[in-house]
Design a binder for this molecule. Sequence first.
Ligand code: S3P
Length: 417
Amino acid sequence: MQKIVNKISSSLKGTITIPADKSISHRAVMFSSLAKGKSIIKNFSKGQDPLSSLKVCQALGINAEFNGNLTITSDSKLSAPTSNLDCGNSGTTMRLMSGILASRDFSSVLIGDESLSKRPMKRVIEPLSLMGAEIISNDFKAPLKINGKNLHPINYTSKLASAQVKSCILLAGLNTDGKTSFTEPHISRNHTEIMLKYMGANISITENTELEPKTIEICGDISSAAYFIVAGLIVPNSKIILTNVGLNPTRTGILEVAKKMGANIEILDEKIVSGEVVGDIQISYSNLKSCTIEGDIIPRLIDELPVIAVLATQAEGTTIVKDAQDLRNKESDRIKAVVTELRKLGADIEETPDGFIINGKTSLNGDCEVETYHDHRLAMSLYVAGLICKKTISINGFEWVDISFPEFDKLFNSLIQ
Ligand code: S3P
């Protein structure tokens, strides 16, 4: 689908509620499937990725009913699937489910779409194999045939700061006797640790642990809020409020960076919902200056870097993003894709092996077609850039937005004055 985006002639104004967090939705459905009894998930994401996790859990025998909320009923055991388990486009589904399936008493095969079948799985196959798992892959890529085994615990030190790898190992450890530990170079998102604790797990995971069924209320996704945060900062005269946004400190790197760049952002109300910090964010149009983004903060804003690149085109000076080489292993090579497409719009941006360098402030011209590389975050970042281009842009493959944020366009339209 091609999406035409025009420059906003006025501004963005109003209050919107940000839809459910994708990462937390995946975990809510998977962990509820591991708990014996009835769990209730409030505000489950409508994105295709979390729905892939739900379908995989259903194929493993759990019962799911939508009646406003999502009710999951499980005997906690999971049963052998009768066909391949389709993870669609979702890396989180494939990597977390690998950890869950490796210790079961049956075999299963995880498959994915063209993009997911190209993404690296060695990062989970290697540590799971150290635990005794038997996984047959296509040169460390999907499909993954997992022959369930009794696993043994490990103390694993990861070279990557990846919440998917960490979660995979913790989930394998959950069903394994003995103490499993995972050490990461920088802290990555910790929704797994928070939700496992909320469901009664001994998170130092010293023994085979059972989860309790719970009511889990899912907050709004800061990665979805990011497009509105950036748009509010760069579209002149804008003032918007985003409600019910997850503010887990392992995800709020974008707020820290934006503030460092001079953004006028305020947190209005903070509370804890199902173990997670949640609040409202007020954003006003701001004069921005460049900054360097590197090191520890990278895992805390990894998914926001494409739209942060758009932000940096509107900041005075040179913004440098480094230490983000894993961006090349996402739904697309996001370093190459962002640089190629923003250049078409007139941005002064240069590719580096582990990030990009952007010279601002540039007035974006547009008047061209841009590509999404089958990547939802590229599609939404380019849309935000389109709002300030002098001339119309056409985004090819805009339907990929549905992977995480089907409500995206409607919510933007509700803010355009
Ligand atoms: C995710 C972790 C991150 C992130 C992805 C979702 C998760 O990936 O990029 O969109 O839900 O655990 P990595 O763990 O590969 O960094």
